[in-house]
Design a protein around this ligand. Structure first.
Ligand SMILES: Nc1nc2c(ncn2[C@@H]2O[C@H](COP(=O)(O)OP(=O)(O)OP(=O)(O)O)[C@@H](O)[C@H]2O)c(=O)[nH]1
Length: 213
């Protein structure tokens, strides 16, 4: 299937299920719609958390603010200081809960920029020896970034979000979504505070991966 056409193809009905997910966020209950999606393979599963405050819509729904977040077990769950993933996830939750219409599209199989947990830790070990995040991926025999946003784009289309404001510092992510037919009307920065463990990682993202940091 050609890029740019993916979002016009309806997802099979049995590729999605939904429920309500109350979460604890900053000491408050936050009620989110939880949509789970699966793709062609069992590995491709996506969780879309939608915050919709319809009482604040002025007639039609506004353009949603969307965070497309790559899974990061070490950061998202254990708050690792080697990356900025946890801070970005928390910031995204705050932003989407403050606006009338927002979503987090959480992509677990994008772990380690798509190389998976095992190779990411292998790449971390190489960074301990002096390589940067780009060199370490190459050394483990993996692409620098192997994430594909085809299913993410189809999920957005299925959620009636063909037009979004994207929370990201990564122009390549914006381009990838656009190439799959999503209209990104604005890219909003989502910057975390650097610390002594992730300083070099963030600097490499800026210098070698064109992140707007
Ligand atoms: N391979 C690899 N993956 C990493 C490393 N540090 C963090 N990650 C993964 O990188 C992914 C997040 O990608 P980033 O490049 O930080 O950010 P992004 O999603 O491209 O861009 P933003 O939207 O601005 O966050 C997560 O899946 C993390 O697990 C690393 O050193 N090596």
């Amino acid at each position: 299937m050609k890029s740019g056409t993916l979002t016009s193809v309806k997802l099979p009905a049995d590729w999605s299920v939904e429920t309500i997910l109350p979460i604890e966020f900053q000491g408050q209950e936050l009620m989110l719609e939880a949509h789970a999606y699966r793709g062609e393979t069992d590995e491709e599963q996506i969780l879309a958390l939608v915050h919709r405050d319809a009482a604040k819509f002025n007639g039609s729904a506004p353009i949603p603010v969307v965070r497309v977040h790559s899974g990061c077990v070490t950061g998202d769950i254990f708050h690792s200081l080697r990356c900025d993933c946890y801070q970005q996830l928390q910031a995204a939750l705050k932003i989407i809960s403050d606006v009338p219409y927002g979503a987090i599209i959480y992509v677990p199989y994008h772990e380690g920029r798509g190389i998976g947990l095992f190779k990411k830790i292998q790449a971390y070990a190489l960074q301990d020896q002096g390589l940067d995040t780009v060199e370490a991926n190459i050394e483990v025999g993996a692409p620098i970034d192997s994430r594909d946003y085809g299913l993410t784009a189809r999920v957005l289309a299925d959620l009636q979000m063909p037009e979004i404001k994207l929370l990201s510092n990564n122009p390549a992510k914006e381009q990838a979504l656009k190439s799959h037919g999503i209209r990104v009307v604005e890219r909003l920065p989502i910057v975390a505070m650097p610390n002594k463990f992730n300083k070099r990682y963030l600097e490499t993202k800026r210098a070698r991966m064109a992140h707007k940091l």
